[in-house]
Design a protein around this ligand. Structure first.
Ligand SMILES: CC(C)(COP(=O)(O)OP(=O)(O)OC[C@H]1O[C@@H](n2cnc3c(N)ncnc32)[C@H](O)[C@@H]1OP(=O)(O)O)[C@@H](O)C(=O)NCCC(=O)NCCS
Length: 151
């Protein structure tokens, strides 16, 4: 991790407008806005944020949902585009997995572009993911996203 950055683990003190801007920056939409993002990150088992030591600006984040015994699933793992390919995602994934070290099975719903990233870091590609979407708009959004990022 670059020395001017730090990993923060308290989701209650984060600027979720900055988090929302990062979602928008990678084309994942506004996720309903900062208040919903705050609720989601605060309700997750582990939420980690990479921030600048000076000023506290958020550059990257990831969270995990878990039953605390058998399974955990990684969601919303994003490094802001301007900060990618500097090792930040690798450090963040390592830190997240350290927090989940006692969980035997960790899933990560990966987009086509990130499958290799995960597989180079100990994950294996297995089976097929299925999803139920309440909102057909959301279903179309994810279908488009997968097409856009397909190799
Ligand atoms: C996937 C993602 C989180 C990776 O984050 P990242 O910070 O770019 O990851 P890293 O920098 O640790 O590693 C990415 C690549 O950059 C390269 N890299 C790492 N440090 C580097 C450095 N200092 N200089 C140059 N290249 C470097 C690595 O070789 C690595 O490639 P590898 O997988 O072949 O090893 C990021 O691309 C992202 O946010 N994507 C959009 C959202 C997304 O798809 N999330 C995944 C879950 S669906």
């Amino acid at each position: 991790m670059p020395p001017d950055l730090v990993i923060a683990d308290d989701p209650t003190v984060i600027d979720y407008r900055a988090v929302q801007a990062i979602f928008e920056g990678v084309g994942w939409g506004d996720r309903g806005g900062a208040a919903y993002l705050r609720r989601a990150f605060c309700a997750s088992q582990v939420s980690l944020f990479v921030c600048q030591k000076q000023g506290g600006d958020v550059l990257a984040f990831a969270r995990a949902l878990s039953d605390g015994v058998y399974y955990a699933t990684i969601h919303d793992f994003i490094v802001a585009p301007a900060w990618q390919k500097r090792g930040i995602g690798s450090c963040l994934l390592k830190a997240l997995l350290n927090r989940l070290a006692y969980i035997p099975t960790v899933f990560a719903p990966a987009l086509p572009d990130s499958v290799e990233f995960y597989c180079r870091r100990g994950f294996v590609q297995r089976g097929y993911a299925v999803a139920r979407f309440l909102n057909p708009e959301k279903e179309r959004f994810f279908a488009e996203l997968s097409k856009k990022t397909a190799p």
